[in-house]
Design a binder for this molecule. Structure first.
Ligand code: DTR
Ligand code: CA
Ligand code: ZN
Ligand code: ZN
Length: 437
């Protein structure tokens, strides 16, 4: 496959996947990237303080923060002031909808590759019937606090970070559509990904992950797996929030959602808690969508997931950096035309599963290598065939590197190389072998 410079998280994942065809029977989930540094905890108290401010703004402005109303512009001014004070380059993008002026707030974090822009956003407007604290103060506050955490950490990621708060989403994704259309092809092509957060603190919460870009999806799934919280794919979200214009423009998208007016099933209540037979958010688009309409646990977890994704996906390489090598150089004799022998390495300190492009380096000294069958054995005993025997291959020695899709295997544990000589009159030994994670 010709080398490609991955324009996007998705392209890089496809490139990684193509490596698997040689050794893997089926295409596996895309590899989630590994952050160079771990994201900080996002303080729930800080996120809730933003919600309290947005509630106060709604209360002081006719009870809502809707497009074209004073409460919306006041919400924009609140968020912008925080970002300006934190060192962001902010831009107010104006547009008109329904005869009223709307605003998108764009905040660029200085630095990073201008040709690899990672965006995270949420709509800041509410419906006219209420303060819109869950919909979508929750997403807006989490994105704001993550941006402030980037500033506190003075994060210097490889990619350029851009945050956005959209206007007039409730009127039909008006602000985000205006932004994407205004970008133009060249600027759009620089977007490595867009992360959307619309309703992430629902009072009867579910944990839904958008099923769009596989790398972004896996990044969120891995985060929740680390908390032992099951997630579901967000299926009815297509087109229903601000990721849609980005997706339609070919930008890799992803995001999180805690549920709106759909009803939580018994099975979902079993795994997530909460109340079956009740909407995830009974105050969706209603006047009761106030600061009382938030589940703190969901808001906290999702805010931390926002930060995890921003830190992880803004790191330079989509696939983990050049890895850690686990090796064994003890010689193991291979009996001529006899039983299989093994050599083992103990993998420790990894998290999650092995990579989908696990490098297996082997150095076997043996005459007439066509006699040899070579397998990799995962910690659970699963066998991955690396080399079949071949009566016609009379050359000596097997010194090569195989690429194996081991993404369904737990990384930590004892991995083994198994070698068997299945024909007479030639002998040799395992000289050394290694795994690179
Ligand atoms: N359209 C959003 C809420 C919403 C409803 N379903 C989904 C699915 C995925 C994201 C968001 C939503 C709104 O009312 O703002
Ligand atoms: Ca937190
Ligand atoms: Zn809404
Ligand atoms: Zn919304």
């Amino acid at each position: 496959m010709s080398p490609v410079r991955p324009r996007s998280l998705l392209a890089a994942a496809v490139a990684a996947t193509a490596l698997l065809s040689a050794a893997a029977p089926a295409v596996q989930a895309a590899p989630a990237p590994v952050a160079a540094v771990a994201a900080p905890d996002i303080p729930l108290a800080n996120v809730k303080a933003h919600l309290t401010q947005l509630q106060s703004i709604a209360t002081a402005n006719g009870g809502n923060r809707a497009h074209g109303r004073t409460g919306y512009r006041a919400s924009v001014d609140y968020v912008k002031a925080k970002l300006d004070a934190a060192g962001y380059t902010t831009t107010l993008q104006q547009f008109t909808s329904g005869g009223a002026t709307g605003y998108n707030l764009i905040a660029d974090w200085p630095g990073g590759d201008p040709n690899q822009v990672l965006m995270a956003g949420s709509h800041l407007d509410s419906v006219t019937s209420g303060a819109g604290i869950n919909d979508n103060g929750s997403g807006s506050a989490a994105v704001l606090e993550t941006a402030l955490a980037v500033s506190r950490a003075q994060l210097a990621p490889d990619k350029h970070l851009r945050f956005a708060w959209w206007g007039a989403e409730e009127l039909g994704l008006v602000g985000s559509k205006y932004y994407v259309n205004s970008l133009g092809t060249t600027e759009r092509s620089k977007l490595a990904g867009y992360l959307n957060f619309d309703m992430i603190g629902s009072p009867n919460p579910g944990y839904f992950v958008y099923d769009d870009d596989p790398v972004i999806e896996q990044t969120f799934k891995d985060y929740y797996a680390g908390l032992s919280i099951p997630t579901e794919i967000e299926t009815e979200g297509d087109g229903r929030s601000d990721h849609a214009p980005f997706k339609n423009a070919g930008v890799p998208v992803g995001g999180l959602f805690s549920g709106a007016d759909y009803t939580k099933t018994s099975a979902q209540a079993q795994k997530w808690g909460g109340t079956a037979g009740q909407a995830f958010d009974r105050c969706y688009h209603s006047s009761c969508d106030t600061t009382a309409n938030i589940n703190d646990t969901a808001l906290d977890r999702n805010s931390d997931a926002v930060a995890h994704a921003v830190w992880t996906l803004s790191a330079g390489s989509v696939t983990p950096p050049a890895g850690t090598v686990f090796s064994n150089a003890t010689d193991v004799a291979i009996p001529d035309n006899g039983g299989a022998v093994t050599s083992s390495v103990s993998v420790t300190g990894r998290t999650g599963n092995a990579p989908s492009a696990l490098k297996v380096g082997v150095d076997i000294k043996h005459t007439y290598r066509g006699d040899l069958v070579v397998d990799l054995l995962a910690p659970d005993g699963s066998a991955y065939r690396l080399k079949n025997s071949s009566g016609s291959d009379s050359a000596d020695n097997v010194i090569t590197t195989y690429t194996v899709d081991a993404s369904t295997e737990t990384a930590n544990g004892t991995w083994r190389l198994r070698v068997q000589d299945i024909a007479a009159q030639d002998t040799g030994y395992i000289d050394s072998w290694q795994l690179t994670f």
